[in-house]
Design a protein around this ligand. Sequence first.
Ligand code: CA
Length: 709
Amino acid sequence: MTLRALTVLAAAAALAVSGSAGAASFGQVDDARLLHAASEPQNWLLHGGDYQAHRFSGLDQINTGTISALKPAWVFEFDTSRAQEATPIVVDGVAYVSTAWSKVYAVDAATGKQLWSYDPQVKGEVGAKACCDVGNRGVAVYRGRVYVGTLDARLVALDARTGKVAWSVQAADPNSMITSTGAPRVAQGLVYIGNAAGEFGGRGYISAYRADTGKLAWRFFTTPGDPKKKDGAASDDIMATVVQPTWFGPHNAYRGGGQVWNSIVYDPDFDQLYFATGNGFPWNRWFRSEGKGDNLFVASIVAVDAKTGKYKWHYQESPGDSWDYDSIADMILADLTIDGRPRKALMHTPKNGFFYVLDRATGKLISADPFVSGIDWATGADPATGRMMVNPGAYFDNKTAVRVSPDGGGAHSWQPTAFSPRTGLMYLEAYSNTLGLYTPRPTYEWVKGLDRTGTVNYGAHAPGEGPPALGDIAGQSPRPVQANLVAWDPVARKARWKVDGRGSGVLATAGNLVFQGRGRNVMGELVAFRADTGEQVWSHQTPNAIVTGPVTYSVRGEQYVLAASGAGGGVRIGTEDVRQRQVGRLVAFKLNGTATLPPDPPPAPMIAPPPLTWTAATVLEGDDLYGQFCSRCHAAQARSSNVVPDLRRSTALGNPALWSAIVDGGAMKATGMIGWAKFLPPGGSEAIRGYVATQAHKLREERAKASAK
Ligand code: CA
């Protein structure tokens, strides 16, 4: 018997043990398979389903006629309750999925049985670098390996069969504030990875590594460095000629932004790569660039040669961004016929609320239309030049606050979008009428480790102004905020249908269906709509909220719908009751499935809040400090969904020594809760305790009123 035959036998034996009869290849995905991903709908080979990132599946066993029989097939529990944002990759019966803290699992896609797991051992304190919890949006699978970006900014290649590390590189300085939460993308022998730090300072960039060795192939910076120095990067020429002239004021180490933290798409039609960039840093252009300039390439789409990283074109969606308008939404490629002419189009729905259609050959704008109502930061795109016409009143200085729609949360953020070639419609979650209050700080000082955006932060409010009203995402809007699932016709440039409801990422299928995950408090549901009309045809409650996009695949002739479930941190909720924390899960559904999902978690226990012994001035100071330092993870007004703890229910609240040990001393740094003593003013943590205790008393009154009803 030859060595090769022995190897094959051994592989067959391993399969028999794992019980996954369909799992023949363990990630043997080559370029030909990726190029024709749509022709094997039994798999979900790429983050967006295929290179065009349609998030559309040709499977139709589950359709409008059969969907009433769609039931849970299996459940897989992670070991963490933190954010679940991944899009699973499914190859030949094996699902590869990342979870919070950049851990990776391979599970049998038919049974949910674990095949292997990988823990990159990210240190807990790195969690304090994450703007929005310690989630990870997915892995890439290519030529027998699984690629993951870690929160501490490593790019790691794993053996798809065993989960063992093949190579690992540091994709960013571990001493910087850069994290990696986005899914790597693969094409033509390269792995592409961006990173995040948009609220902490520094320049954005994207790197291409050789998939086989981990050697850096090229890097492209999205915002400028010192004009006197070259980076030695693919972006050097365009930086000097096009980018630098759009920035004003002195260069420094922290300014920039334009992080490539979510969407990266490879376009085989032109062998080019598109990446979408985040907000400028600091947010306030007054401090970033003397209050002027477009500040390329913040809030933009950039196209480069996929092999070399050489610049091809860009389109900036929010010139001189000052509103946290990350342009990082999914990009979707399609061949559309517009005005009788075939166009190679790129569709994009960034936070700024406009639906963009670009020509992929040239980067020229085809159309830009608001996909939500209430937008006032810009009036549209100049039909002659394609340039966005920004309302001059939307920019702000260091004195006067402005209110602009949409808010920094955006009309649409990173939650996956889908395009059905059958209906010609793009599906996305959208928020109308959000209104952001941007209150500038009078002076700017960057502090490493803090999210100093040049405005009064997040949930905080201007001195003398009341805190944002509840039940209103943006806070100050006189118009009711509306959450909708929108089906948008990119050719007719209008919505074909809309349904109400707050949800997240979507999946479109040939069964004339659109699936969307939804959240209710920390609990959630998976919902299905007719793709052509928006009629709701199915829903199933899931114990966790679903904040990412589901995928579909089939094993041995049975179609599954799979979603990672588990809300992220920093989620502010209204007056409904908070639930006990629970672990994140993978939930899979199939026709006539027989699994049972775990029950909904019970309400989180109340505590007896400590007596209010703080002065009104101290509580007010605590309110301001809470907004600056705590609300990012524990939610505005301490109204956390409890994924990151609801501090109003913390047993440490009545114990000043324990509170200080945690807040000042970092006793819980393994969770990401570092010690804040080095940042807080004297007495700061005690003032925060006073504020949170006040909020805890309010909570108790609310609960008493609710139970009296
Ligand atoms: Ca941002």
